[in-house]
Design a protein around this ligand. Structure first.
Ligand SMILES: [Zn+2]
Length: 220
């Protein structure tokens, strides 16, 4: 799948409007922005902001710029919610494009990443929370909300995740993702107030993915 940088993201359904970054292919090539940009610095910044692989069911993308037979491919995407109020989606391959092919994402996007990652609660977080709570919303959309809510280090996001943990359908399909999200909130320093003994297998398993040494019955 190929999109022009900063065009409207339309690859999969997501509760928020997003712009595309790094969806490169043969038609538009490397689409690079500033040819004088320091791609090592950009890679470092991009890695720091690429915190969680999401939408792993999207299917694989093969790199169009590696020699035939190299079989460099990636599955899933990174999402970036910036302080400016914009949200972006990139294939996980974006890191490979920068590292191996010198791709330079749009300056606008890079500058928004540089502005910082501490997001105050905003309309996007509110929307994600509403979708998560909405019993009529598609289960897939509600799971997307579970994945992205921890970007807002806020008790409202935490309470929504704890609610989801006790929701039969959500816990059934996304308990590990709920656990990863809780783990991310623990890592960010928020007082999550959960005890592994009170959590199910999936949630504990998810937390343990993020927090090495998380003590729970399944780690023996
Ligand atoms: Zn490549």
């Amino acid at each position: 799948m190929e999109f022009l940088d900063l065009s409207r993201y339309e690859y999969s359904d997501f509760p928020l409007e997003m712009r595309a970054v790094g969806w490169l292919g043969r038609e538009h090539g490397l689409q690079s922005g500033d040819p004088h940009a320091d791609s090592r610095l950009i890679l470092k910044e991009l890695k720091a902001s690429s915190v969680r692989e999401a939408s792993l069911t999207l299917g694989f993308h093969d790199c169009a710029f590696c020699p035939p037979g190299a079989r460099v491919r990636g599955n899933g995407e990174f999402r970036y919610h910036t302080l400016s109020g914009n949200s972006y989606a990139a294939p996980v391959m974006i890191l490979h494009y920068v590292e191996a092919h010198g791709y330079v994402p749009s300056q606008v996007f890079i500058e928004e990443l540089r502005a910082g990652r501490e997001l105050p609660w905003d309309h996007r977080a509110q929307r994600l929370m509403e979708v998560l709570f909405d019993e009529n919303a598609e289960l897939g959309m509600r799971c997307q909300a579970i994945v992205d809510l921890p970007r807002w280090r806020d008790p409202r996001a935490l309470n929504a995740l704890k609610w989801a943990m006790r929701h039969e359908d959500l816990a059934d399909v996304a308990s590990d993702q709920i656990g990863i999200s809780l783990g991310e909130m623990i890592l960010s320093g928020l007082d999550v107030g959960v005890d592994s003994e009170d959590l199910g297998y999936g949630v504990n398993y998810g937390i343990a993915q993020v927090i090495p040494g998380w003590k729970w019955a399944g780690d023996a």
